[in-house]
Design a protein around this ligand. Structure first.
Ligand SMILES: *[C@@H]1O[C@H](CO)[C@@H](O)[C@H](O)[C@H]1NC(C)=O
Ligand SMILES: *[C@@H]1O[C@H](CO)[C@@H](O)[C@H](O)[C@H]1NC(C)=O
Ligand SMILES: *[C@@H]1O[C@H](CO)[C@@H](O)[C@H](O)[C@H]1NC(C)=O
Ligand SMILES: *[C@@H]1O[C@H](CO)[C@@H](O)[C@H](O)[C@H]1NC(C)=O
Ligand SMILES: *[C@@H]1O[C@H](CO)[C@@H](O)[C@H](O)[C@H]1NC(C)=O
Ligand SMILES: *[C@@H]1O[C@H](CO)[C@@H](O)[C@H](O)[C@H]1NC(C)=O
Ligand SMILES: *[C@@H]1O[C@H](CO)[C@@H](O)[C@H](O)[C@H]1NC(C)=O
Ligand SMILES: *[C@@H]1O[C@H](CO)[C@@H](O)[C@H](O)[C@H]1NC(C)=O
Length: 581
């Protein structure tokens, strides 16, 4: 009788498949460059190698669709290009594997704001090009380093472009962006037969299609070079310690991540306030009767500042030692004012309250410490490095109120581009990100292919800044001055010491035991009822037994028509393998 042998073979197969899945479908962790970039940062970047022979370029990660890379011609005419030279160029003329097609069209002496996926603040000329790229990654769980190769990578190669200051002064573009996916798996143009579609490839979908990442998704916290918060970027997953609960999940639109902003306030995390109040709320709508209950904003990694209505900027800055500079459309910190140092080094923050996951009644708040809003303008924007508040009155380059990189220093964002499998609809995630006191090497957590929500860490945000900011003695209550917590952040409840592989092993083991018990019972039952049972399923099982020496047990498992239905009645998950995801 070969039936027990058949059962053992199925169990072995399940074990093997589960282990293979556990090895491959881990989040892939992107490595960050050791350099950071201005002229309005410092911003942290990631390194990619483009073309043959490889040209190494640092790009700021964020935004959707094609990556934007700078050709050396952006620095023609001896213009100020220190940042661009440091970050590196892509010269298609010296790559033997570059490719372009006429059907993409190009951008010629025009604003790039209307081109989906282009850096919106630029005015200039660019072409779509495709080339192989190599990107250094770590397997998010095993930690093994390797270079992922992506063919036909979708790029907008900028040959000449300027940024424009509010007073009309221009300066050349300084650094490109690494696009982090799109609603579509590829950017596709009509081309020639026999292959009527030309596909430019994108980072998360390419790794997903190569079987390296478990989903077409990413999770990112850009961190802060100035405050020593390393960047975190995972494809197909996220670092749970970078997303503090609650995590808001909402729909994206073709090129943007919109969310309803409900309010802005000022607060102090611990100790006495550096202001003459302990907290302020209502700043978003203050002095503006035409603001509704909620204001839709875009969360935008490709733009630098926080762009809000003039009335809101007025309400925020009346409490701050800053001076508006019309030439730049920004506020400079009055660094001689004693309040500047007090506020920047204190546990005080600007708070942004958002609608939580589209709810009518629930909200979530992201606190951006003022210490992260002490950024530096450098050349070519200004000749002397100058501390500024990254807040600009009016709409941003995408024609909306926008929360750019300055905000994202304190916020986690992620996108699962296709959480509703089979369609081009997904969700994006927003959560409070921690401060400098955060684990640097934390195994990444999977974002499953169909996940529409993710679970963040229950670490306390205040603890993640512990020891970094200066807590002031409270004049009224002596106790409030001492830090309320001296413990280092404890890992969230969803992090155990077990690797994905170990968890898969345990799950598979338990399921295997259950299978043996159920199938063993079935086996005994079948034998005692053998004379009565003459159903098609039973004869199918007989056929299977006859060819049990053949390869392809997976197929015969399905075709037996027996095991799975019995498993269902036994209340055991029908597809235990999928629990690996
Ligand atoms: C780069 O792309 C070309 C096709 O454009 C391909 O033939 C070549 O093998 C690729 N190079 C590498 C290193 O894979
Ligand atoms: C853009 O305009 C400048 C000056 O008007 C001109 O010199 C240059 O050739 C134009 N570039 C393109 C790509 O049309
Ligand atoms: C994306 O483009 C690549 C390269 O052309 C192709 O292999 C892949 O099948 C495309 N994916 C989808 C979903 O169309
Ligand atoms: C591009 O993707 C489409 C599917 O979206 C596919 O039909 C086509 O063959 C792909 N083209 C190439 C060159 O791989
Ligand atoms: C008041 O709010 C409206 C709606 O957001 C905006 O269009 C307008 O510019 C604001 N007014 C001022 C003075 O900022
Ligand atoms: C609080 O300080 C602001 C300036 O920072 C000042 O205008 C205001 O009058 C002060 N309020 C009180 C109650 O002292
Ligand atoms: C503001 O940032 C600059 C540049 O990073 C730094 O040198 C300075 O100490 C910061 N100011 C305060 C008060 O922390
Ligand atoms: C956020 O939710 C809390 C608790 O429900 C509520 O008290 C608060 O008013 C809400 N804030 C905003 C800005 O809606």
């Amino acid at each position: 009788m070969s039936y027990p042998y058949f059962v053992v073979k199925q169990l072995l197969l399940i074990l093997v498949v589960a282990c293979v899945l556990a090895e491959q479908n881990n989040p892939q962790t992107v490595e960050w460059s050791s350099k950071s970039y201005g002229p309005d940062g410092p911003w942290q970047a990631v390194t990619v190698s483009i073309g043959s022979p490889p040209q190494t370029v640092d790009l700021l990660p964020g935004g959707s669709w094609m990556s934007n890379v700078l050709a050396p011609t952006v620095c023609a005419n001896g213009v100020a290009c220190d940042v661009a030279k440091l970050a590196g160029f892509y010269n298609p003329l010296t790559s033997s594997t570059t490719f372009d097609i006429g059907q993409t069209g190009d951008i010629s002496n025009a604003s790039m704001a209307n081109t989906v996926g282009a850096l919106p603040s630029l005015y200039g000329s660019a072409n779509w090009m495709f080339d192989n790229i190599s990107i250094p990654l770590l397997n998010g769980v095993s930690g093994n380093a390797y270079n992922a190769l992506i063919l036909d990578f979708d790029m907008l190669v900028i040959s000449a472009a300027n940024e424009k200051l509010p007073d009309g002064t221009t300066y050349p573009v300084q650094i490109g962006k690494l696009g982090l996916g799109a609603p579509n798996a590829n950017q596709t143009w009509l081309h020639f037969p026999p292959n009527p579609n030309w596909n430019g490839t994108l980072l998360p979908s390419a790794l997903f299609e190569q079987g390296l990442a478990p989903s077409d998704s990413y999770g990112m916290h850009i961190g802060s070079a100035a405050m020593g918060i390393p960047g975190s970027l995972n494809i197909g997953g996220f670092d749970q310690s970078r997303a503090l609960e609650p995590v808001s999940s909402q729909a994206y639109i073709i090129d943007h991540l919109p969310i309803d902003l409900l309010d802005i306030g000022i607060g102090v995390a611990e100790g006495a306030s550096p202001f003459n109040f302990t907290s302020q709320s209502g700043l978003l709508a203050e002095g503006n009767s035409s603001m509704g209950v909620a204001t839709s904003v875009f969360v935008e990694a490709p733009v630098p500042y926080i762009y809000l209505p003039q009335s809101t900027c007025d309400a925020i800055t009346k409490y701050l030692p800053v001076t508006f500079q019309e030439k730049y459309g920004l506020y400079f910190w009055n660094t001689e004012d004693p309040d500047y140092k007090r506020i920047i080094s204190s546990p005080s923050f600007l708070s942004f309250t958002f609608r939580l996951s589209g709810s009518l009644s629930q909200n979530m708040t992201i606190n951006v410490p003022f210490s992260l809003l002490n950024l530096t303008l450098t050349a070519p924007i200004i000749s002397t490095p100058t501390q500024y508040l990254p807040l600009q009155p009016g709409q941003g380059p995408n024609g909306a109120y926008e929360l750019g990189r300055a905000f994202l220093q304190a916020a986690f964002i992620g996108v699962n581009w296709r959480s509703a499998i089979g369609s081009e609809n997904g969700v994006w995630f927003l959560a409070q990100a921690p401060g400098p006191n955060t684990p640097s090497e934390n195994p990444a957590t999977v974002i499953g292919a169909e996940d529409a929500t993710i679970v963040g860490s229950t670490n306390t945000w205040k603890d993640s800044w512990h020891g970094v900011w200066t807590v002031f003695e409270s004049s009224t209550t002596g106790g409030a001055a001492t830090p309320t917590s001296s413990t280092s952040p404890s890992p969230g409840p969803h992090k155990s010491g077990l690797s994905t592989g170990a968890i898969v092993g345990i799950v598979v083991g338990v399921l295997a035991l259950a299978l043996i018990i159920v199938l063993g019972g079935v086996f005994i039952y079948k034998r005692s009822h053998a004379a009565k049972e003459r159903s098609p399923e039973a004869s199918g099982m007989d056929n299977h037994n006859d060819m049990s020496g053949e390869p392809g047990p997976r197929e015969t498992y399905k075709s037996s028509g027996f095991g799975p239905s019995e498993l269902e009645t036994g209340n055991i998950p029908r597809k235990p393998i999928e629990m690996a995801g």
